[in-house]
Structures are given as C-alpha cells and as structure tokens.
Design a protein around this ligand. Structure first.
Ligand SMILES: CC(C)(COP(=O)(O)OP(=O)(O)OC[C@H]1O[C@@H](n2cnc3c(N)ncnc32)[C@H](O)[C@@H]1OP(=O)(O)O)[C@@H](O)C(=O)NCCC(=O)NCCS
Length: 407
C-alpha cells in the first residue's frame, strides 16, 4: 500500500530563490505534471554534442522507478507565475540491515533533475530538503543517494549543501548480451528455487550484509522478478532438496530482475563508423556463433536490461559455479530478444565481484553512495545491540545487497 501524502493535502513550500522568483515544491500529480516532468527528463538527457549518450525512456510513467516500493513519493518544483515544472525528485522509505543483523528505516532519494535553464538557483537543494521532510514523517532514520563518482554537481549538492557523507562505493558491472549462447560448465546443474526457499536462503546468507531489505519477500514475489537460480555441482543434486532449506556444500545463487518493464535505454550520438562496426560484429556473431565473438548488441534501438541481484557463492569451486550461473542468466537475456545488457552491482570488495563477467569499458569502477542521519534511531527495533551510528561505525562486511528496485 502506498503511503504517499494525498495530493489534495500535500503541503506546499513557497520559497524565494536566488533570482527572487517564487518556487513551489509540492507532490507530483500525474494529471497535471506528467508532461512537464517528461520534458525535464528529456532536457537533462541531452548529452554533449558529438559524444554518445545513454538515454532512458521511463515509458510514460515518471514515478516508475519508485513505484515498486510500498512507501514512495515524487515531488516537483514549480516556477513562476506560469507554474512551469522545473525540477523533480523521487524517494522511498524501506527497512534494511546495517551489517551485523541490525535494521534501520532508510530513505532512498533518486531521480533528482533540475531543468538546465533553472540550475544554480537552489532548486535541487530545496527538492532534497522537502523530500527529507517527507521521509522523516515516514520514520526514516537515515537517508542515502547514489550517483556516478564523476557527477560533481550532484556530489557537491548532497555533501556540501545537504550534509551527506560519502559512504560506500559499489561497482556496477555491465555485460552486453551477445548473439551466441554462453556455455554452462559441465558437471554443473542450474536449479530454479521456489520463492519461499529463495527467501529463506537470502535471509540467512545476507543477514550480516548492509542494505538487505526486510521486505525481500515482496521483491521475490514481484512480477519483475524472473526467478532465483542456484548453480550446484551435479553430484549434489540427487541428495539435495531446496525446500528443506539445507544448503549444499558448494553453490552460487542469484536472482534476475526485469527492468525492461520499468524503463528502456538507448544509445544515441554514436559516429557512423562505430555504428557500422557494432552492427558488423553482431552479424558476424549471428552467422558464425562458433567463433564466440564478443559482439555488440543493438543498443541503437531501445533495449532492456536484466539486473542480477542477490549474488552469493560458497564452497569449493564457488567462482566456477557463479560464472556458470551468470552464463545461464546471459542465455535467459539472449532468449528475451529485447534485452541488450546484464547489469550487476556489488560491494567493491565482495568476493563475487571478480567472478561476474563484464566489459570494463561499460562498467562503472565506482558508483558513489552518500548517506545522512535524518532521524533518531529506533533502538527497540533491534533485538541485538542497536547500531551505534551506522555512518561512523566501520563496515563489518564487504557485502552490500543492492535492491533491484533501486536501479
Ligand atoms: C545536480 C542538479 C540536480 C543540481 O540542481 P541545482 O538546482 O542546480 O542545484 P542547486 O542550485 O541547489 O545547487 C546546490 C549546490 O550544488 C552544487 N552544484 C550545483 N551544480 C553544480 C555544478 N554544475 N558544478 C559544481 N557544483 C554544482 C553547488 O555546491 C551548489 O551550491 P552553490 O550554487 O551555492 O555553489 C542539476 O545539475 C541536474 O539536474 N543535473 C542533471 C541530473 C543529475 O545529475 N541529477 C543528480 C542525480 S543523483
């Protein structure tokens, strides 16, 4: 159930900007604001002339990136007498682990955009502040955001103006979907887990990680979740029943999230030569799959992405099992027909990082997550010793669970 502020009761926050014009920050209203927000998204995506740009199509739903959280909201900034929509931000609140089995209520702020013609007027800052107020009303104790390490404007806004602290730097790994299938290792079985078994296993193996969501059951039962899969040495399969909750001595596990129902991507601004090279590599790979060319998918038309999450491995030959599992996920994406890439995001020192196939050129070495304490921590929530201060305590784990709804 959505915990959004009802549109008619939504508070309005007049403010004076540096140019002395009135800006109102209020809750997004689909009927009134959809076109205005789509226009901002479009204007924010205009890349540098002559450079390739990855364009996101939110498929007519500007709230799509937070819709899958039970508690979510979008705010817009309205400018001047014309009430032009010049800014937007989305947010949600969820309960997650902080490492060591403790839970906190955490706000996630995302999709902040200010129209290029209205920047440096304090509008972005105001949107963040108003969203934080809403998150506090929902009981959030911490708030975090994720950005590209090179996004100076966003980093300055959050760290200098809004007192966020640089916190974690997970790695985004991107693998294109090739025209050929990838081989799954001999002697390895891929088993699809029943939802309940997947939940039990995840709650156990990610108990001490950071950012593991308490409502993992909701994620696993979402129609965007294409399944949870485990790679197990074939010799264990006859003796192992996933429903018992007992784990085999060696295994790798991951789940596949279908983001193409939420947004689509498209690469624009590529030179004719690069375009021809990419199309050529694809054709060759399709005609001669035995060459196993690392062909380039057709990313010049809109394409979808499968997000791999909940990646964990244990036991002997675990990395081989994880590689096979990733190959299996790749083949799922290849069969989909509309999927151009597989993406995974993991902690910078997570052992699975080295085993996930990816193209370095398209992977972000460091995504930056910034965090801020925005409310008092509810100490009764944690049976064990409550988290003293998540931001100050040194991370006890290298494992970050990246919620597929955050992507
Ligand atoms: C990032 C963004 C939202 C900032 O919006 P804005 O309304 O211009 O931000 P503000 O006016 O509130 O700026 C607040 C502070 O952020 C920093 N900042 C903003 N733009 C900056 C820039 N281009 N370079 C460096 N610092 C910048 C400054 O510290 C600024 O304070 P100052 O103006 O007193 O120096 C806007 O540039 C944008 O929409 N960018 C494209 C989308 C994006 O990157 N979103 C963030 C995703 S997390």
């Amino acid at each position: 159930m959505s915990m959004k502020i009802a549109a008619e009761n939504s508070p309005e926050f007049p403010m004076k900007t540096k140019v002395n014009s009135v800006v109102i920050v209020r809750e997004y209203n689909e009927e009134r604001d959809k076109l205005g927000v789509e226009e901002i998204e479009r204007r924010c995506e205009t890349g540098q002339r002559g450079k390739p740009t990855l364009v996101t199509d939110l498929m007519g739903d500007p709230v799509c990136r937070v819709r899958h959280f039970p508690s979510h909201i979008a705010l817009v900034a309205e400018y001047g007498e014309e009430k032009e929509i010049v800014g937007v931000i989305r947010g949600c609140v969820k309960t997650v682990t902080t490492g060591g089995s403790n839970f906190v209520k955490l706000a996630y702020l995302l999709g902040l955009r200010v129209s290029p013609t209205h920047r440096r007027l304090g509008i972005g800052t105001k949107l963040v502040q108003k969203l934080e107020e809403w998150c506090k009303q929902q009981g959030a104790e911490y708030s975090y955001m994720a950005t590209d390490c090179g996004n100076e404007a966003s980093i300055n806004l959050f760290t200098r103006k809004c007192s966020y602290t640089k916190f974690r730097t997970p790695t985004m790994l991107v693998q294109p979907v090739h025209a050929h299938y990838k081989p799954v290792g001999a002697g390895i079985s891929i088993v699809r887990l029943p939802r309940k078994s997947a939940e039990t296993i995840y709650r156990r193996v990610f108990a001490n990680s950071e950012f593991f969501p308490k409502d993992i059951d909701l994620i696993l039962s979402s129609n965007l979740n294409l399944g949870t899969f485990m790679a197990v040495p074939k010799k264990f399969v006859p003796r192992w029943d996933p429903k018992t909750g007992i784990l085999p001595p060696s295994f790798a596990i991951l789940s596949v999230w279908n983001t193409k129902e939420v947004f689509k991507l498209q690469l624009k601004g590529v030179s004719a030569l690069k375009y021809a090279f990419c199309v050529g590599s694809r054709l060759l790979d399709a005609w001669m799959p035995w060459l196993r060319l690392p062909s380039f998918p057709d990313v010049f038309r809109q394409f979808g992405v499968y997000f791999l999450y909940g990646l964990h491995m244990e036991g002997k030959h675990a990395s081989l099992l994880m590689k096979s599992l990733c190959a299996f996920a790749h083949n799922m994406a290849r069969d989909d027909g509309e999927c151009g890439a597989l993406v995974a995001e993991v902690g910078a020192k997570d052992p699975v990082r080295e085993t996930i196939p990816h193209w370095r050129k398209f992977s972000w070495a460091e995504d930056l997550w910034c965090i801020k304490k925005i409310g008092a921590v509810d100490e009764d929530r944690n049976e064990r010793c409550p988290p003293s201060d998540w931001m100050k305590s040194r991370s006890s784990t290298s494992v970050i669970f990246v919620d597929p709804r955050d992507i």
